[in-house]
Design a protein around this ligand. Structure first.
Ligand SMILES: Nc1ncnc2c1ncn2[C@@H]1O[C@H](COP(=O)(O)OP(=O)(O)OP(=O)(O)O)[C@@H](O)[C@H]1O
Length: 308
């Protein structure tokens, strides 16, 4: 669905995107993560032909970009850098104009396309008030509605839940899952780890323009090979497991062991009480923090921060 090789963008001395090889497969819900200023928006804009790459190759829907933009873009729904809309017009009017402007946007069926897109994003009851009177969350939903007008095969969204409250975030997440289950590939950039952890099946992480990680979420959050044990008999557990306990804090132990059920049976079988036991997993936050450096928009003084 999306494939880049050696994709690079320089702005003068700044390398905003540095030789990125991205692979998004059909059916993915792909989360593109990175700290502020790491190059996410620049990469997304290159995918859509809005910014010319300095070097490298881009394929979207199997076709080279931006050469095939006219063929590819009608099958791609995109929302980049906040929803753009005419502020003095209503949401419906904005969508109708947006529909008319693109290929495949004949007058026939336009009203239905607009109503269907509004309904999908939860705006079907919206009145004639101008977009300037919309809340940030309503504008975000309207931007998403514009991306959905053509029932796209691929959705490319830059920070789609910016400005939404927790309920709104959840609604958009449910909508993206439903669209994905109906066959739409979803690619979204975000710096909200919890959002990506709950929504995405695959993730890539960029840091200062370079891709530092690309894998399935399940693989990234797989068990670490340690088991977290809680036991009122912690001292005896340490003695019994001799050398396998890598950390202890009161009644909590971290044990090097791959088999949770087996370890539990072993401890209980020897008369040791277990009040909690589970496989240790890293959170996406830990995975990302381990793979990235300091925040991209930090400007430390001579004594602070890391040497760049
Ligand atoms: N038009 C431009 N001219 C010069 N530098 C730019 C331009 N666009 C982006 N940059 C620089 O490229 C780098 C990457 O910016 P980009 O906006 O792609 O990051 P981002 O990951 O999307 O950040 P954020 O999460 O804050 O939106 C930054 O250092 C930014 O200052």
């Amino acid at each position: 669905m999306i494939r880049t090789r050696g994709l690079t963008k320089r702005f003068g001395r700044i390398v905003a995107v540095d030789s990125v090889d991205l692979d998004v497969a059909e059916g993915d819900r792909f989360g593109f993560l990175g700290p502020n200023g790491s190059g996410k928006t620049t990469l997304v804009r290159m995918l859509l032909g809005l910014v010319h790459a300095t070097a490298g190759e881009i394929e979207v829907l199997g076709k080279s970009m931006p050469r095939n933009a006219a063929k590819v873009l009608p099958q791609v729904g995109a929302m980049v850098e906040g929803p753009g809309a005419y502020p003095h017009l209503s949401g419906r009017r904005n969508l109708a104009m947006f529909d008319a402007a693109g290929p495949g946007g004949g007058r026939r069926g336009r009203a239905d396309r607009v109503e269907s897109a509004l309904a999908q994003v939860g705006l079907s009851g919206v009145d004639r008030r101008p977009v300037s009177a919309y809340s940030l969350g309503m504008r975000q939903r309207l931007g998403l509605a514009a991306a959905l007008l053509r029932a796209p095969r691929l959705l490319i969204l830059d920070e789609p839940t910016n400005g939404l409250d927790p309920k709104g975030i959840r609604e958009i997440r449910d909508l993206l899952v439903a669209l994905n289950e109906a066959g739409t590939t979803v690619f979204l950039s975000s710096h909200l780890l919890a959002e990506v952890e709950q929504l995405c099946t695959r993730v890539a992480v960029v840091d200062r323009g370079r891709m530092v990680l690309q894998d399935s979420l399940a693989a990234l959050l797989a068990p670490t090979g340690h088991v977290l044990v809680r036991s009122p008999d912690a001292a005896q557990v340490v003695a019994l497991l001799d050398g396998q306990v890598v950390a202890r804090d009161g009644d909590r132990l971290v044990v090097r062991h791959a088999d949770v059920a087996g370890l539990n049976a072993d401890l209980v079988g020897r008369g040791l009480r277990v009040s909690g036991i589970e496989a240790e997993r890293r959170t996406l936050e830990q995975v990302v923090l381990d793979s990235t450096g300091a925040s991209g928009d930090r400007i430390d003084g001579p004594t602070g921060g890391e040497d760049r």
